[in-house]
Write a protein that binds this ligand. Structure first.
Ligand code: 2YC
Length: 284
């Protein structure tokens, strides 16, 4: 799992104000709208109810330790979609106890291995990898005018790519996958056949594959693997991968056909998905 750097998240507050406009230009939705689209819940009802949800963000000092600005950024995103969010003064177990003592319904915390939203009332956990995949596939669905029957290439069969395949299949996409480690792609193909009784295609060569698809979910931890030479006017990319797999010139060439952020989409979907069921279960 890629570990964010303070430099990746230093402008979250500024970005959040700018992002809703950018997202609306691209998808027609704000960050809250993307989260609601990802979870198939009505945004108007969600917006009314989310303010009743208390979210405690707990810094975790284990392993490689606390990332400067991480908890503050996570808290700002949770507040931006309307939750009552706070960062605990204490970290680790003392922080978890503090959050619970302050009435948090949901606790957000990340160590070196997992980043989860834990609903302590319902005993439910939402993982950042699944939430990120749901959010970026929802965004791609919006910028692509619907993924149903569209051929989609998922690049990277790690946790985010794997959840991305499930999310895209659920939206009716015709999914293919590529991974530099072929056993990962094969394992995912077998899992999809077992669990969903449907098949996905494995692409074995990266650049020849890119030429065959207009819709890509880039979910790798490889920097700069997609440059402007492979971008066409028909290319649409949702790119949760960190560090960014799409170069700056390629992102400029894509314009509104490109979605990427280091944390916001995943956290917005985590908070929405971890919110009490009465808030989410108002299907659009
Ligand atoms: O500040 C803290 O509490 C640290 N323990 C946070 C560590 C986060 C490690 N994970 C990452 O940097 C990213 C996540 C944002 C999503 C996947 N990896």
């Amino acid at each position: 799992m890629t570990r964010l750097k303070p430099g990746d998240i230093k402008d979250i507050d500024a970005w959040l104000t700018r992002c809703d406009q950018e997202l609306k230009n691209k998808t027609g939705c704000s960050l809250t709208g993307i989260a609601c689209h990802a979870l198939d819940c009505r945004e108007d009802v969600f917006r009314k109810k989310i303010s009743s949800v208390s979210v405690g963000v707990v810094p975790i000092a284990s392993g490689q330790g606390i990332i400067g600005g991480f908890s503050t950024a996570v808290c700002a995103i949770a507040a931006h979609i309307g939750a009552r969010a706070f960062v605990t003064g204490r970290h680790d177990v003392a922080g978890i106890a503090e959050a619970a003592g302050k009435g948090a319904d949901v606790i957000l915390m990340a160590d070196d291995h997992r980043f989860v939203a834990l609903n302590i009332r319902e005993g439910r956990t939402v993982d950042n990898a699944e939430a990120t995949a749901l959010g970026f596939v929802a965004g791609l669905d919006l910028i692509a005018g619907g993924l149903k029957n569209k051929k989609l290439l998922v690049i990277g069969c790690g946790p985010v790519g794997r959840f991305g395949v499930f999310a895209a299949l659920k939206r009716g996409a015709d999914v293919s996958v590529f991974d530099t480690v072929s056993v990962r792609a094969n394992r995912l193909k077998n899992e999809i056949e077992e669990k969903l009784k449907t098949s996905i295609t494995i692409e074995n060569q990266f650049h020849p594959a890119l030429k065959k698809y207009s819709y890509w979910l880039e979910a790798t931890n490889s920097s700069g693997i997609i440059d402007e030479t492979v971008i066409t006017p028909q290319t649409y990319i949702a790119a949760p991968g960190m560090p960014p797999g799409v170069t700056a010139p390629a992102a400029a060439a894509l314009g509104n056909r490109y979605l990427h952020d280091p944390l916001q989409t995943g956290v917005a979907v985590m908070v929405a998905a971890a919110a009490p069921a009465k808030i989410r279960n108002n299907h659009g």
